[in-house]
Design a protein around this ligand. Structure first.
Ligand SMILES: Nc1ncnc2c1ncn2[C@@H]1O[C@H](COP(=O)(O)OP(=O)(O)OP(=O)(O)O)[C@@H](O)[C@H]1O
Ligand SMILES: [Mg+2]
Length: 252
């Protein structure tokens, strides 16, 4: 399964979902690769010291001599997790690739060179619908959309759905929406419950049963380069991301 985690809205829990879902899959014994396509490099930094990473996804995109396998490094833990790191240079990618007709297909072509080494590939996308997210959507079998439980939760989802439809029409008819996950939910408030109902009305059974609650532990764990499962194994975040992982495996 190649799973893009995308939503062009910023700060909705894409990275938190990508890093913890990838860890949960790896802990279930699945050889998992986490690809960071965000110039902010948040998911890379959650598992490795990117100063030590000589090459990044930027090099994979712009240098024909550098392939995906050349930039992959093992995560500090868990054992089955590997990382393809991002660097701030990715922010220049779009300008750099103007006029290159195969630009949206670079990631897909690179994934083909891995020869099935990973059973699960999780791609963390940046908060935009530009070339990087398009590369992820073209290369993926499935898409997971995190939606933050907040007043403007559904704003922008039309643009995302329109982009998905365009990608499906031509470059990737196989792309399926695996599901929508509600993040940063505060079950004590009536507003959050209303928002949840609204999201379920729009996306129906695409919405995962598992809802990710607001949790300080989930915010803290990346700073210690740990997933929630080793950082706070007894926390609600650990239980919820474990349960999301079960649903992801069941649906794929
Ligand atoms: N369930 C949660 N509870 C509390 N804080 C959370 C939760 N999920 C994410 N956060 C925090 O909210 C902020 C945004 O989350 P995250 O980085 O995962 O979003 P994102 O969609 O990847 O953002 P960007 O669009 O900038 O890439 C981060 O500081 C993160 O630690
Ligand atoms: Mg992010």
């Amino acid at each position: 399964m190649i799973l893009a985690i995308a939503n062009q809205k910023g700060g909705v829990g894409k990275t938190t979902t990508a890093i913890n879902l990838a860890a949960a899959l790896a802990m279930r014994g699945k050889p998992t690769l986490l690809i960071d396509l965000d110039p902010q490099s948040n998911s890379s930094m959650s598992y490795i010291d990117i100063r030590n990473a000589e090459k990044s996804m930027y090099d994979v995109f712009v240098d024909n001599a550098i392939h995906l396998a050349d930039v992959i490094v093992p995560a500090t833990s868990p054992p089955n997790l590997s990382i393809a790191p991002a660097r701030i240079a990715l922010a220049k990618l779009e300008q750099r690739m103007v006029g290159e007709l195969d630009a949206p297909f670079r990631l897909k072509d690179e994934l083909a060179t891995l020869n099935g080494r990973y059973s699960h590939i999780v791609i963390d996308c940046p908060p935009a619908l530009g070339l990087l997210t398009i590369n992820a959507l073209v290369a993926s079998s499935h898409l997971l959309i995190p939606i933050q439980s907040s007043y403007f939760a559904l704003e922008g989802t039309d643009d995302l759905l329109e982009t998905i439809e365009k990608v499906r029409q031509r470059p990737n008819p196989e792309l399926q929406i695996l599901g929508v996950v509600i993040t940063m939910h505060d079950k004590r408030t009536a507003l959050a419950r209303d928002i949840q109902d609204q999201i379920r009305k729009v996306f129906g059974d695409k919405v995962f049963r598992t809802v990710i609650s607001k949790s300080v532990r989930l915010e803290e764990s990346p700073a210690y380069r740990e997933s929630i499962f080793t950082f706070a194994p007894e926390s609600s975040g650990a239980a919820e991301y474990y349960s999301l992982c079960e649903e992801v495996i069941d649906r794929a």
